[in-house]
Ligand binder design. Structure first.
Ligand SMILES: [Ca+2]
Ligand SMILES: [Ca+2]
Length: 165
């Protein structure tokens, strides 16, 4: 809605406006949907013989700071358990929404049935832009998965897994 920037001269005016003030009479004709949760998380398969069952496990608060566009999982540290790397943020929103740049990506380990957030200075994974995709690929032929990360309107990023064999 390009008219929003003309209609509201400050972020304060926009932030304090009601939906009716922003959308006017178009609001009553809008298609409405509802969501039960907006959290990022995983479905855990807890099926037993003859009984299919999944449980929902939301990711920790750190992972909820920005929308997640892609997730890669792999045993990046070689301990036999999967880790998760989240590509996050969104910079292509409409003007009334603004940038969603709440996180620098997220690296999660799984320990004792819970996600553990690994600090970016320890994981080496820093993705502050609008990251949209993650692919695992062994770039250097050492049989360890490395990462190629796609960013919206920006260069590709390569992360080499430097875990010692
Ligand atoms: Ca692991
Ligand atoms: Ca490699």
């Amino acid at each position: 809605m390009p008219t929003v920037s003309e209609q509201f001269k400050s972020y304060r005016d926009f932030a304090s406006a009601s939906l009716a003030e922003i959308y006017g009479d178009k609001l009553s004709a809008a298609y409405k949907v509802t969501a039960n949760t907006l959290e990022s998380g995983v479905w855990i398969n807890e099926s037993k013989k003859g009984v299919i069952e999944f449980s929902w496990k939301p990711m920790p608060w750190d992972a909820q700071l920005s929308p997640t566009n892609a997730i890669a999982s792999g045993d990046f540290n070689g301990d036999g358990v999967l880790e998760f790397i989240l590509a996050q943020n969104q910079h292509s929103n409409q003007v009334e929404t603004g940038l969603w740049s709440g996180n620098v990506g997220c690296y999660l380990e799984w320990k004792d049935g819970e996600f553990q957030v690994v600090d970016p200075k320890d994981s080496g994974i820093v993705l502050p832009s609008d990251t949209r995709s993650i692919q695992l690929i062994d770039i250097d032929g050492d049989k360890l998965d490395d990462l190629i990360i796609g960013q919206n309107d920006d260069e590709l990023l390569f992360f080499r897994n430097n875990k010692k064999k």
